[in-house]
Design a protein around this ligand. Structure first.
Ligand SMILES: Cc1ncc(COP(=O)(O)O)c(C=O)c1O
Length: 453
């Protein structure tokens, strides 16, 4: 049966109400409450939020301090147009982030979603070049198997084709290079003898396209949604920085998923001892309490704009939103006061060891990789050959469903090998306890055993 026939034969579901929900193939349970690492639905069923939704919730659900900060901010001054006033909450959050960001990433611009932050970053890179007199630089290079969001600009930058197929005629064409995905190297090579062929591909594509046309290279510091917490080799990003410098190409690191302490460092690029030109944040920036994202940029680039045209040609009614920033600031203070990022670094080792000890021996677990509280479990049909399961078997979806039924929420990733391939992402809130980590890993193990036997 082909795809179209498959779709036609699907049972059509009645969806009550007026909401256009995210899923049209199932009636979702209604969430009633969420506290700490647990969510409860209206049928009193409890779920461990072991992926913080879509790798978002970091300090845990239902934080009173954040609720109070938001409440106070609304009563004090709720909406203020960002071209008319600045606000203390936005100023203070920017300063807090700048203090944590290594290098001279000193200026932060707040928006609402990760896709939006990436689009703004892509535009900013282009404008920096224009103001420096390099008007021919406009093209973007991204990576295959990357995820940058679903709005048109971010979708065009993204390298995951399945999200793009319907919309291809609407998308600007960008250039893409292979991802540093050692488990399935696009060149069939092995690290370190590969001599980072996948990083050198950036130099090659820039040379081929003509470096005077290339504005920016965008990449997730540690790729998440598409290849499940795949850590690049140690020198990969250093090589990328050198290539970008040599061609005057702006490096945008997307830390929407992997930033804000998720990997045991405030910024994931800290692990690699490099500084991008622009970094984007989202998801964990306000821990899911508020829709808040940001880009951070080097002071020198900020000055280029300030001292030339004097305005970044961008904006947004809800940019620099004081209530969202108040939520972000309260969350930041929690992460700092409770030393949660340091905790992720420590406990992340325990989570990694548990996953490797209990899951890696299973026949269908091909690889376990990650850092901090950001781990990927890649599922394979054949461990030796790394052969994936066919997409049509919905392996990740089915294991995910089973875990959901058992009350464990994880995140899934598919299309790791062409359209085939499956993985789960484990990314719990930073407050999870050791016994809960153990319970979670045991639950995943029994779901695998039940599913494959
Ligand atoms: C790395 C990365 N960038 C950008 C986005 C898009 O963020 P949003 O869904 O908030 O637009 C995501 C979302 O999963 C992401 O993982």
């Amino acid at each position: 049966m082909n795809n179209v026939e498959e779709q036609k034969n699907k049972k059509i579901l009645e969806i009550p109400g007026n909401l256009f929900p995210r899923r049209l193939d199932t009636c979702l349970p209604v969430a009633k409450s969420a506290h700490g690492i647990f969510i409860e639905d209206e049928n009193q069923k409890k779920y461990m939020d072991a992926s913080g939704g879509a790798v978002v919730v970091n300090a845990g659900h239902g934080r009173e301090k954040i609720a109070k900060a938001i409440y106070d901010q609304i009563l004090s001054h709720d909406y203020i147009h960002p071209t008319m006033f600045t606000t203390r909450s936005a100023e203070m959050l920017a300063t807090a982030l700048a203090k944590k960001a290594p290098g001279d990433i000193n200026r932060f611009y707040f928006l609402s979603g990760g896709s939006e932050a990436n689009e703004a970053a892509i535009k900013l890179a282009r404008q920096i070049h224009i103001e420096n007199g390099n008007e021919t630089k406009y093209r973007l290079v991204g990576r295959w198997k990357s995820y940058h969001g679903l709005t048109l600009g971010s979708l065009a930058a993204m390298g995951r084709t399945s999200f793009k197929t319907y919309f291809t005629p609407l998308l600007k064409e960008n250039l893409h290079i292979p991802a540093p995905y050692c488990y399935r190297c696009s060149y069939g090579l092995e690290y370190p003898s590969c001599r980072l062929r996948c990083a050198l591909a950036l130099d090659e594509i820039i040379e081929n396209a003509g470096s005077k046309t290339i504005s920016a290279f965008i990449a997730e510091t540690i790729p998440g949604a598409t290849i499940a917490a795949c850590i690049p080799p140690k020198e990969y990003l250093n090589t990328i920085v050198e290539i970008c410098h040599s061609h005057n190409v702006i490096l945008i690191l997307d830390e929407v998923m992997c930033g804000m302490g998720r990997t045991g460092e405030w910024f994931a690029y800290n692990h690699f001892d490099i500084i991008p030109d622009i970094v984007t944040l989202g998801k964990g920036l306000a821990g899911g309490v508020m829709p808040l994202s940001a880009f951070g940029v080097k002071e020198a680039h900020f000055n280029t704009i300030k001292n030339n045209s004097g305005a970044f040609v961008h904006g947004g009614t809800f940019s620099h939103h004081p209530v969202a920033a108040a939520g972000g600031l309260a969350l930041f203070e929690i992460l700092e006061q409770e030393k949660l990022v340091q905790r992720v670094k420590r406990k992340g080792k325990i989570l990694g060891e548990l996953l490797k000890k209990h899951l890696l021996p299973l026949t269908q677990v091909g690889d376990i990789r990650g850092k901090g509280f950001f781990w990927g479990i890649e599922i394979v049909k054949d461990k030796k050959t790394k052969m994936p399961f066919k997409h049509s078997l919905n392996i990740a979806e089915n294991i995910w469903k089973d875990l959901f039924q058992k009350g464990y929420l994880v995140y899934k990733s598919t299309g790791l090998a062409g359209i085939d391939g499956d993985a789960l992402i484990i990314a719990p809130p930073y407050i999870i306890e050791d016994e809960e980590l153990e319970m979670l890993v045991q639950a995943i193990k029994s779901a695998f055993i039940k599913f494959f036997n």
